[in-house]
Design a protein around this ligand. Structure first.
Ligand SMILES: Cc1cc2nc3c(=O)[nH]c(=O)nc-3n(C[C@H](O)[C@H](O)[C@H](O)COP(=O)(O)O)c2cc1C
Ligand code: SF4
Length: 681
């Protein structure tokens, strides 16, 4: 039956028929190996293809020249060796009628010289890029010749690999570096008038067209308004869009609004949770009206309803749902199957993007299968082995995920939860109004557990007897942890935990010192809430910069809140002890760097964050009653085989412990534990 859902209507782009309107825009997941898209990269895109999307734009900024060294695992479009790897990826996606394109670029000043071949990096003019701390050299005539030729040969490689098209990246990179008055201060043929500032772009597209011919699809992902006083104005940006569209040399525009030369600016282009949804959709629609040309766009269009509106209202031809597919690669398939309500939501945490800037691969905060397609399935099938009765103790992120996976595999699962609500520390984190979308991690799992018929018993502080009463074949301990104090010389009884502030059980006092000796969201959330409550706050950390476990994107809203509420930040300093004097507390500070250095702070409240200690009592009590004594064979966990060694012939059940019940970690680690162990029972 043909659907009248606007999202599911085919779209004709030149000679290509895109089977629906859903795409993933280019993003570098940093899964490349030696600059090549090998198995992990291929399986990642093939999963999206299986999930029903019409177009996947591969690579994030595949680099065309050697003096554009990879800044975050970018693919090497300048290397012939890439062709067979891409061909395999394309073939796999084509099997599911998903078209595959690739973004190519010269990063310009958005990288740095101290990588790969240590070549100088360049831009239209020598304007520093803050995010990469680059002082680029001014591009010379011979650089322009070389790079134009590099674009052409890279495009040829992409065509040879069987890709359905390419797009140029033109926001924050070399190409638009010529467009923007902020980065182009030249007085030659490449600077000044818009004609001159577009000269490099025309040279590139002409060389590329000469290389790939008129029929190959070539688009451009371009900024059409840099949205800051020194940058490219909306008027000039739309004029550029008009000229490119009417040139007959391009096939689509993929519209960006904003600039990306600082972390703070980048969150305007790629907003996180707590920031507006689809903030630039109307603008992209304006460009479509102004150019009457195919327009693609992505920026926090995370849910199907907004995506559908983007197409139905005629603002876009293709809607990018990029992080939404990192969280759930099967969005379109689910829409087609009438299972829209089952789509795992992207909660906007932007753990995915933060990880690549910290040198890791993109991982979704609550989908541990993404980027691990070789070992962890996105769709969990029923086990062929024996069906078991499993008790899961704890309904935090780890317990809920384990319960979901076990139930999907056909096991009978009962969850015992100490509190009256599920969610554990995720529910606590969602107490920050700015991060409330995190509750989607819990709600999605609760809905899945209901569908799967899993019983959750609340308000049970489970002891050995409660567990044995279920007569389980396996027990999963996911009891989480409780906050611990940092090691203090004195005053443990005088400090308040960050959890109490976040949960609202202790009100922030007037004058507060917060000591974060963890480095993650917990301390920062407490600080944000204390600052917003109107308290005077000093945030103290022994680290070189605050919250080192939080990436650049997530850093931005915290810093904004701290500026606005006047939070004082002190780095490289420890809290040594706390004592009471009258109705105030005196905190003594020390330094790892200067032996004997001390300072004091007189405050009303000292809040501390020092991670959690596992709640492991039940686990320790169950160990001697279990078959495996709680032992997990790590070699087999990683390479396959039964992970539960037989240790106790009289044991009654298999026992394992996951999430923060093992050690203080993060949400992704808890979810990963839940699925990878859940798959092994
Ligand atoms: C891990 C990651 C890497 C990205 N890398 C690139 C990139 O190299 N080039 C690019 O144009 N956009 C990149 N993006 C931006 C996405 O294409 C997209 O514009 C952004 O995620 C906003 O869309 P969304 O809200 O649908 O995720 C990246 C995004 C993520 C999450
Ligand atoms: S990490 Fe957060 S933003 Fe990124 S895909 Fe997952 S849910 Fe979405």
């Amino acid at each position: 039956m043909t659907s009248n859902d606007p999202l599911l209507q085919p779209y004709r782009l030149k000679h290509l028929t895109l089977k629906n309107r859903v795409m993933s825009t280019s993003h570098e997941p940093a899964y490349s190996e030696d600059g090549m898209p090998k198995e992990r990269y291929r399986l990642y895109h093939a999963e999206k293809a299986k999930g029903g999307m019409a177009l996947t734009m591969t690579a994030g900024s595949a680099i065309v020249s050697r003096d554009s060294p990879a800044a975050f695992g970018n693919l090497h479009a300048y290397d012939d060796a890439i062709v067979p790897w891409l061909r395999e990826l394309v073939d796999d996606c084509h099997e599911h009628d998903c078209k595959v394109m690739i973004q190519i670029t010269h990063l310009g000043r958005r990288t740095n010289w101290n990588k790969a071949d240590w070549l100088p990096v360049l831009s239209a003019s020598p304007v520093r890029e803050a995010a990469h701390r680059t002082f680029p050299k001014t591009i010379e005539d011979w650089d322009i010749e070389r790079i134009v030729a590099d674009y052409a040969s890279a495009a040829q490689r992409m065509q040879a690999a069987g890709l359905d098209g390419i797009e140029f990246e033109a926001y924050g990179h070399l190409m638009d570096g010529f467009w923007s008055p902020a980065t182009n201060h030249r007085d030659d043929d490449y600077g000044g008038s818009l004609d001159n500032r577009l000269r490099f772009t025309w040279r590139v597209i002409d060389a590329v067209r000469a290389a790939v011919g008129p029929d190959f699809v070539v688009g451009i992902r371009m900024v059409a308004d840099e949205d800051f006083d020194k940058g490219l104005s909306k008027e000039e940006g739309i004029e550029i869009a008009r000229r490119l569209a009417s040139s007959g040399k391009f096939d689509f525009l993929n519209i960006i609004r904003g600039h990306i030369d600082t972390d703070a600016a980048l969150t305007g282009v790629i907003p996180l949770h707590g920031m507006p949804s689809s903030p630039h959709l109307d603008f992209a629609g304006e460009v479509r009206v102004a150019t009457k040309f195919p327009v693609f766009h992505a920026a926090r269009i995370s849910d199907v309803a907004t995506a559908r509106h983007a197409i139905a209202s005629g603002k876009l031809d293709m809607v990018g749902m990029t992080r939404a597919h990192i969280a759930e690669p099967h969005i379109t398939r689910r829409v087609m199957a009438g299972e829209e309500h089952r789509i795992r939501p992207c909660v906007g945490a932007t753990y995915c993007l933060d990880r690549i800037y910290e040198g890791g691969g993109a991982l979704c905060i609550h989908n541990a299968a993404t980027g691990r397609e070789a070992t962890i399935p996105h769709v969990i099938s029923r086990t062929d082995g024996p069906l078991r009765s499993v008790a899961v103790v704890g309904a935090g992120a780890a317990g809920l995920e384990a319960a979901r996976v076990l139930a999907e595999r056909g096991h009978k699962v009962t969850v015992l939860e100490a509190s009256s609500q599920a969610g554990g520390q995720v529910r606590l984190a969602a107490q920050n109004p700015r991060r409330r979308e995190l509750i989607g991690i819990v709600d999605w799992r609760l809905a899945e557990l209901e569908r799967l018929g899993v019983e959750i018993r609340y308000d049970i502080w489970a002891g050995v007897d409660d567990v044995l009463a279920l007569d389980p074949d396996a027990v999963v301990i996911a009891t989480g942890g409780l906050p611990q104090s940092p090691p203090l010389g004195a005053g443990d009884d005088l400090v308040t935990s960050s959890w109490d502030i976040i949960a609202g059980s202790v009100k922030p006092a007037e004058n507060v010192l917060l000591y974060d000796d963890n480095g993650g969201h917990q301390g920062m959330t407490a600080a944000e809430l204390i600052g917003k409550a109107g308290s005077k706050l000093e945030l103290l950390t022994p680290e070189r910069f605050f919250a080192p476990e939080i990436g650049g994107m997530n850093h931005v809203p915290y810093m904004e809140a701290f500026h606005r509420s006047g939070v004082k930040i002190t780095i490289n300093t420890r809290l040594k002890s706390v004592r009471r004097e009258g109705n105030q507390l005196v905190a003594t500070l020390s330094s790892d760097y200067a032996k004997g250095w001390h300072e004091e702070r007189r405050v009303d409240q000292v809040v501390v964050e020092h991670g959690t200690l596992p709640l492991d009592e039940l686990y320790l009590e169950l160990k001697p009653l279990s078959k495996n004594g709680g032992v997990i064979d790590y070699e087999r966990l990683i390479h396959g085989g039964d992970i539960f060694p037989a240790k106790n012939p009289d044991g009654r059940f298999l026992l394992l412990r996951i999430g923060d019940a093992v050690q203080a970690r993060n949400i992704h680690a808890a979810i990963y534990d839940g699925i990878r162990f859940g798959l092994r029972i």
